[in-house]
Ligand binder design. Structure first.
Ligand SMILES: C[S@@+](CC[C@H](N)C(=O)[O-])C[C@H]1O[C@@H](n2cnc3c(N)ncnc32)[C@H](O)[C@@H]1O
Length: 258
């Protein structure tokens, strides 16, 4: 895991507070933020684990009304996130805290939250067992009745997307060396029983089909597809359909009486 952490520290040193530190795809980020706004309750204090350079927190501050805490195990990401926070107006600065913290360690010093979310954090953990241990660590600081929102990528979604690419003669999109996409069925089956799946929002399905199949196929051989191609922008404005992207959002509720 040290090499993965080194990768994220390097991304932070290279891109600072810029979006490119955590994603090459601005439209996918817009869709993530839109989905989070649909599924995060504005009222409670909220914790983001794997907050990177603070992009999500910054863009959710007009939605979340309570205290917002972000942690990330990459020290350089947190340094960038602190810069992001230092540029907020005073009222927001007072309700946002970012700090170094590891989802694989005891997070009790952070206190308890009734709302916790991740965005492409669990996919950096090397095995399903690590991913389930991370959820148990979250569970330890999630209030009964609380909400866990996971924006993560699945192997099943990646397989379906790659099957579509194959149908039009494109090669499969490979996994990044540092990623271990969730095995959706095994992951959901392994959740503690008192963590109940309420909804899966395949918010990026249409966008991924358009950007990774249509736009990729229309791009001349030898050129890299443009993330901001017109057709991608159009897809980003449409309601999603189907379940053909790796990236999706899981809403999980913690029962009041485990
Ligand atoms: C793809 S980036 C996403 C960052 C941010 N959520 C966003 O969407 O802009 C994944 C982040 O998870 C962090 N991360 C990976 N493993 C972690 C762990 N064990 N504990 C805390 N953060 C971790 C990385 O350092 C990185 O900043």
């Amino acid at each position: 895991m040290t090499a993965v952490k080194g990768f994220w520290n390097e991304q932070a040193r290279k891109h600072g507070t810029g979006l490119a530190a955590t994603t090459p795809d601005p439209i996918a980020k817009d869709l993530e933020i839109g989905a989070l706004k649909r599924h995060l309750d504005p009222a409670p204090d909220t914790l983001e684990i794997g907050c990177g350079n603070g992009t999500d927190i910054l863009r959710l501050l007009d939605h979340l009304r309570g205290r917002v805490v972000g942690i990330d195990y990459a020290e350089d990401m947190i340094e960038a996130a602190r810069k992001t926070v230092s540029e907020l107006d005073e009222a927001d600065r007072r309700r946002v805290t970012v700090d170094v913290g590891d989802i694989m360690k005891d997070m009790a010093p952070l206190g308890h939250f009734s709302q916790i979310f991740t965005v492409r954090c669990l996919i950096n953990l090397p095995t399903l067992e690590h991913q389930l241990q991370a959820v148990r660590n979250i569970d330890a600081i999630l209030d009964p009745g609380g909400r866990l929102v996971l924006v993560e990528s699945t192997r099943q979604g990646q397989d379906r997307l790659n099957a579509m690419r194959g149908a039009v003669g494109l090669t499969p999109i490979p996994y990044h060396w540092h990623n271990h996409y969730l095995d959706q069925e095994a992951f959901l089956a392994g959740l503690p029983k008192h963590l109940r799946l309420v909804e899966i929002d395949s918010f990026a399905s249409l966008y991924f089909v358009v950007s990774r199949v249509f736009n990729a196929k229309m791009t001349p051989p030898g050129q890299a597809p443009d993330y901001l191609a017109e057709i991608n922008k159009i897809a980003g404005q449409l309601p999603s359909m189907g379940d053909n992207a790796p990236l999706k959002l899981f809403v999980i509720k913690k029962e009041r009486r485990p």
